[in-house]
Design a protein around this ligand. Structure first.
Ligand SMILES: [Zn+2]
Length: 595
């Protein structure tokens, strides 16, 4: 077994870490390029021509350069949280990103000046045809907006009048501390730490943590309600002035799907969700309780003690990837050997995992902390899926590589599924099988029930908010109603989480409203693709790679029609996808009954 180095090599990108002179000169070149873009946009002739093409391509190029810069500072900050220089660099990059965003908005409105004929002619140019999809999209965005001077004002006012509500919520949530007794010690836990206690095997710990959570959020619910009502009010006014009737119009456009598709997906989820109820009953039985409460949803069942060294994890992943696609396996081996992965378990690293790509170099870097559990293997496989996706698009123009959130998790989730299925096959006891199936069934519950509850709440909240500010009691009632529907009434009547709207950060992410359905879309889309891979065997690997390659160049519907031959606006595809997800829950029930 080759000894893979668990630390990454950043020097091959820009040597010298946060003191890298090469990286500083890269940032200088980004500044110069932004200046040049600003000048050429201000001097742009009224009618399209070669100057337009140049301005467009220059702005795209600056985007790719800044993407590289973002990735590098993200890596620096993650590998050593005490690196103050990296923090400074991040600040500089952030400012440049904001400048680029402004230039893009400016360009969007300029594109509107072209007549239909001129526009067609422009897009037919050989240097622009590969990014025609993105350019059409930019023009469409501009058309849906108010006149540029109004948009500029709205953007400026949003900093303090809209995004500030999100920042205030983060401050409230981040500064909360709750006293919690554990092993005879009194701890002051953050809300995140308290939330982690919901995964504790001991129900008393989970219950106590949940009660503390509810009362802690209850104390700040009035403030959270002001933040939520105000930011929703801002959005509704903005949409009214842009002439948009539905609050979903913008989220749907950003995610490149149509309303019919979203409806088809949710109708399949609604139809299939009741099939998760027997699983929830069985899980409750194994936990020794009548019915699950919110605090039991993430509780572990069974146990998987299998430990992996980093080398064993790598070999396991390569073997499983290879069973699906030689290309995927070879890519992953290259990433491991080329030291694209930082997985070492050491102090001073940031928590969590990510994969970031460097479009100028055609490389990616993966960050995580590998602890030796199967969860760690799964994370490594997940991030390698992202990296493979980036690798497949690395020779395309930058804008043609930018996929929406709905498609961003396709390759990562798919890779994870390859590994979890293989682990299930290799499991040596029923206890281990139950533990693995539990993780997959809980994923299905999270995606199909928890995320649906968030979507149902957000939809009805926005409806009600059109006429009034909602009180804490009204928000609680809306939330509870959404949870009862989404969980098919299967939770203990006293075990719902009415303050979920206050505790979940996602409702307060002002940059991305409805930060819920894209998760479900991505999860089910991957399940649907996986079902096809199983059905079609090794021949599917080529189709899969082609589909991934096009994720930045079309709507989700177009991509699915072209590469899978399915209509996403009809429930069939989604039903099959949900069926695959729910099947894990069925298997859990069948297995648990014999234990
Ligand atoms: Zn991911």
């Amino acid at each position: 077994m080759p000894p893979y180095d668990p630390t990454w090599n950043l020097d091959s990108l820009y040597p010298g870490g946060s003191r890298s002179p090469a990286f500083r000169s890269h940032l200088d070149s980004c500044d110069t390029a932004l200046d040049a873009c600003g000048r050429s946009l201000s001097e742009l002739p009224k009618r399209p021509g070669p100057e337009w093409a140049k301005a467009i391509l220059d702005l795209q190029e600056v985007g790719a350069r800044l993407w590289d810069a973002n990735g590098f500072v993200e890596c620096l900050e993650a590998q050593d949280v005490s690196d103050a220089l990296a923090g400074q660099l991040a600040g500089r990059v952030q400012k440049m990103n904001a400048r680029r965003a402004m230039l893009l908005t400016e360009m969007e409105s300029l594109l509107l000046a072209a007549s239909e004929g001129e526009w067609k002619e422009l897009l037919a140019r050989p240097d622009l045809s590969a990014i025609a999809f993105t350019l059409n999209e930019l023009r469409e965005v501009a058309r849906l907006k108010m006149p540029p001077e109004k948009e500029r004002l709205a953007e400026e006012l949003a900093v303090d009048g809209y995004h500030a509500w999100g920042r205030m919520y983060e401050k409230i949530a981040g500064s909360r501390r709750v006293e919690f007794e554990e092993d005879g010690k009194k701890l002051a836990l953050s809300m995140g730490q308290l939330h982690n206690r919901l995964e504790n095997p001991d129900r008393n710990v989970r219950k106590r943590a949940f009660e503390k959570m509810e009362s802690a959020w209850g104390e700040v619910a009035e403030l959270a309600a002001i933040a939520l009502n105000s930011q929703a009010g801002y959005r509704l006014s903005l949409y009214k002035n842009r002439g948009l009737e539905s609050v979903l119009a913008e989220p749907l456009r950003i995610n490149r799907i149509r309303r019919e598709t979203l409806e088809a997906m949710w109708s399949a989820v609604a139809d299939e969700s009741p099939r998760l109820v027997p699983y929830m009953k069985e899980k409750a039985r194994l936990l020794g309780i009548e019915r699950l409460a919110w605090c039991d949803l993430a509780a572990p069942v069974g146990s998987s003690d299998r430990k992996f060294t980093y080398g064993e994890a790598a070999e396991f992943i390569l073997e499983q990837f290879g069973r699906f696609s030689g290309e995927l396996r070879d890519f992953a081996r290259g990433a491991l050997e080329g030291r694209w992965i930082e997985a070492e378990d050491r102090a001073g690293k940031r928590a969590g995992g990510f994969c970031t790509d460097f479009p100028l170099k055609g490389e990616t870097r993966i960050f995580m902390t590998f602890g030796g559990s199967f969860g760690g293997v799964s994370t490594l496989g997940h991030e390698l899926g992202h990296a493979y996706h980036s690798w497949l698009v690395k020779d395309l123009p930058f804008w043609a590589t930018q996929y929406p959130m709905t498609l961003a998790e396709t390759a990562s989730t798919f890779s994870e599924m390859l590994l979890s299925d293989a682990a299930l096959e290799a499991a040596s006891s029923d206890r281990e099988r139950l533990a693995l199936l539990r993780i997959q069934a809980d994923d299905a519950v999270t995606m199909m029930m928890n995320l649906r509850a968030r979507f149902l709440f957000e939809t009805s909240f926005f409806d009600a908010r059109r006429t009034k500010n909602l009180t804490v009691e009204e928000l609680n009632a809306e939330m509870r109603k959404a949870e009862e529907t989404a969980y098919c009434g299967a939770l203990d009547p006293n075990g719902y989480h009415p303050l979920f709207w206050a505790s979940k950060l996602h409702f307060y992410i002002t940059g991305t409203p409805f930060y819920n359905f894209p998760y479900v879309f991505g999860y089910l889309f991957s399940n649907g693709i996986y079902a096809r891979a199983v059905e079609e065997g090794p021949a599917f690997a080529r189709k899969y790679a082609k589909l991934l390659r096009e994720t930045g160049r079309g709507t989700c519907e177009d991509i699915a029609r072209k590469h899978l031959g399915v209509d996403l606006a009809k429930p069939e595809f989604w039903k099959r996808a949900a069926d695959r997800a729910v099947e894990k829950a069925d298997r859990f029930v069948a297995l648990a009954e014999g234990v």
